[in-house]
Design a protein around this ligand. Structure first.
Ligand SMILES: C[S@@+](CC[C@H](N)C(=O)[O-])C[C@H]1O[C@@H](n2cnc3c(N)ncnc32)[C@H](O)[C@@H]1O
Length: 323
């Protein structure tokens, strides 16, 4: 099988790596407007990535599949009749434009769960209506990455469109069993403990703690947070969410941009590193993230976990087998 795939909003390619791991997919074009994310993609995956704002992306090739989801910040339905032409909704409109030009058999769009309830559900209705009008039958479901071999609780909406002329029904992947020494679900400890990290690994630099945080972290047990410190060490942040120490025996909280700044190592009195975040996102150990630490964290936090991408890819492959 050689499923010609276009990857949009590719970032550092978490989802792409999952599709490539599943075999049978060839990514012919990837796109992102973040320079460092493209540099990481190029270095680790291939030079088919185009560094460009999607609004300027031209010469779209025909493809069998489009993967990737636009960020939905600022999406507005203020004027439902014109909502898709509202500049804030441009990225979905661009996605629709590329579907029209590439005419894929299938597309797969990933987004945050919040998109389902934006504006009382109107935003999602509008997006579905727009994609249906292009001639696709849509399927959507919220999947949690922890059910697909990822040591992390991460809920994301997956929207799959299947071209109507194919007359096929898509089925979401069923949760899988993953090996863990802590129980039934793969956990943080499975991927970050007892690892020999390379001293030269630029993605594993350990950041210094302030004197106050050094005092605080000593009071925080595995799975705990600043609320476990004596009150004189509290600040006025949300104590349950501040300085969370991950529990080695459980899946991690959702990895997002910059949270190596507030998630702490299960056993050591320090923050987790970019490398550890990436392992929790199921990136391969030898993936190199390019750019400043902030940019590396953005790439890792923005990613679709590789193993979730992999199981989605297997389900898409089943569909292509029927074509
Ligand atoms: C949630 S991330 C996607 C992550 C990726 N799917 C992965 O698995 O690693 C969204 C990406 O959209 C990119 N992006 C946002 N606006 C864009 C635009 N106008 N043109 C191209 N890329 C854009 C961001 O730079 C970011 O990398």
């Amino acid at each position: 099988m050689n499923i010609k795939t276009i990857s949009l909003f590719s970032g550092s390619g978490g989802m792409d790596l999952g599709f490539l791991k599943a075999k049978g997919f060839k990514v012919i074009l990837a796109n992102d407007f973040n320079k460092e994310a493209c540099a990481s993609y190029k270095l680790n995956i291939g030079d088919h990535v185009v560094h460009e704002d999607i609004r300027k992306l031209k010469n779209i090739p025909k493809a069998d599949l489009i993967i990737g989801g636009p960020p939905c910040q600022g999406f507005s339905t203020a004027n439902p009749k014109r909502a898709f032409n509202d500049p804030r909704n441009m990225l979905f409109k661009e996605y629709a434009r590329i579907i029209t030009e590439a005419n894929p058999k299938v597309f797969l769009l990933e987004n945050v769960k919040g998109i389902l309830t934006l504006d009382g559900g109107n935003v999602f209705k509008l997006i579905k209506k727009e994609f249906e009008s292009l001639g696709y039958t849509l399927y959507n479901q919220v999947l949690n990455a922890k059910d697909y071999g990822v040591p992390q609780s991460r809920n994301r909406v997956i929207l799959v469109g299947v071209r109507n002329d194919l007359n096929l029904k898509y089925e979401f992947p069923k949760p899988v069993k993953s090996r863990s020494k802590y129980g039934k679900t793969i956990a943080v400890g499975d991927v970050i403990l007892n690892k020999k990290f390379k001293k030269t690994d630029k993605n594993h630099s350990i950041s210094n703690l302030s004197e106050l945080n050094t005092k605080r972290i000593k009071h925080i047990p595995e799975g705990g947070s600043m609320k476990d410190c004596p009150p004189e060490l509290w600040n006025n942040s949300d104590l349950k969410r501040a300085m969370r120490r991950l529990d080695a025996k459980k899946p991690s909280h959702t990895i997002v941009h910059n949270n190596c700044d507030h998630y702490y190592h299960p056993k050591e009195n320090r923050r987790i590193t970019i490398r550890e975040m990436a392992l929790i996102q199921t990136y391969p150990e030898d993936y190199i993230f390019v750019g400043s630490k902030g940019e590396q964290s953005r790439q890792v936090g923005n990613s679709v976990p590789v193993n979730l991408g992999y199981h989605l890819a297997l389900s898409i492959k089943e569909l292509f087998k029927k074509i």
